[in-house]
Design a binder for this molecule. Structure first.
Ligand code: GTP
Ligand code: MG
Length: 257
């Protein structure tokens, strides 16, 4: 892999990861959660969250990459709070889902609009125009594997080599593991994940398979917050990595001016 990719690895804690537990954070997050349906507020193409005036909004394109069945579509559903279908179904073509997520960086609240591009693995490999559209101006590559399927993990290096080509050198990277079980039974071990992290220098975050419960995710109550902790971990890491990448880009530009 190229050295540019490693440069965007999360190296510090800029995002306040416990902000949603503070009165200010909880008040803010209430605008993004609803007690009905999946718990999250969903937005149509022309809609956006009602947020306080003066909040900075930043938009990024994230491409989800991984073997078929790894859980790319499932992961996007989780991040967006969409209702989940358990049906096994390859994604045909490209699906783009907008996910809004507020974070507190130092003393500033920033609203991230993440455009999640999810193409079925077979469509991505088969059609050049799909590959080109997905790679165009992408800000982050989210490599996905399933803890329940070791092959999805062992094939990650091949995907990383393919997608970390020169054209995508400016894009940041993260790895998201789906179907993580806290009670053991994972086909991919914590030790293998740690070894992967130190070899590739890419942050690895996990989504628990129980996260999909349609009745649980309200933003109040200890148990509910615990259920959603992995969602907060993934979203905060994604935003932080993108933020660091931008700061490094600004720094490098100002040095060369
Ligand atoms: N409960 C649960 N189901 C999961 C998880 N990850 C994947 N699935 C299910 O596994 C199946 C395959 O996942 P998808 O998200 O469709 O796989 P994909 O990576 O999008 O595959 P392609 O579109 O073919 O490239 C679906 O039925 C998902 O609902 C998980 O962490 N928990
Ligand atoms: Mg899919």
């Amino acid at each position: 892999m190229d050295s540019d990719t490693k440069a965007f690895v999360k190296s510090s804690t800029l995002v306040n990861s416990d902000w949603h537990k503070t009165p200010e954070g909880e008040n803010f997050f209430r605008k993004f959660f609803s007690s009905s349906s999946t718990g999250r507020k969903l937005y149509g193409v022309l809609e956006r969250p009602a947020v306080f005036d003066g909040i900075e909004e930043v938009t990024y394109k994230i491409l989800f990459i991984g073997k078929t069945g790894a859980g790319k579509s499932w992961a996007v559903s989780q991040l967006a709070g969409l209702p989940n279908s358990q049906a096994v179904c390859d994604t045909f073509g490209i699906e783009v889902t907008d996910v809004y997520w507020p974070v507190k960086i130092w003393d500033k609240v920033i609203l991230f609009k993440l455009q999640c591009w999810d193409a079925g693995d077979s469509s991505l490999k088969k059609y050049n125009h799909i590959m080109e559209a997905c790679q165009d101006k992408v800000d982050m590559k989210a490599f996905v594997f399933s803890y329940a399927d070791a092959a999805t993990f062992s094939e990650l290096p091949g995907y990383i080599n393919t997608f970390c080509s020169k054209d995508l050198a400016q894009a940041a990277s993260i790895v998201i593991g789906t179907r993580h079980s806290s009670n053991g039974g994972n086909q991919v071990t914590a030790r293998e994940v740690e070894a992967f992290k130190s070899t590739y220098g890419i942050d690895v975050q996990s989504l628990n398979q129980q996260l999909a419960s349609p009745h649980s995710p309200q933003l109040s109550g200890e148990k509910t917050l615990e259920n959603m902790q992995d969602l907060f971990n993934v979203m905060n890491s994604v935003c932080e990595i993108l933020w660091i990448r931008d700061q490094q880009y600004i720094l490098n530009s100002s040095i060369t001016v």
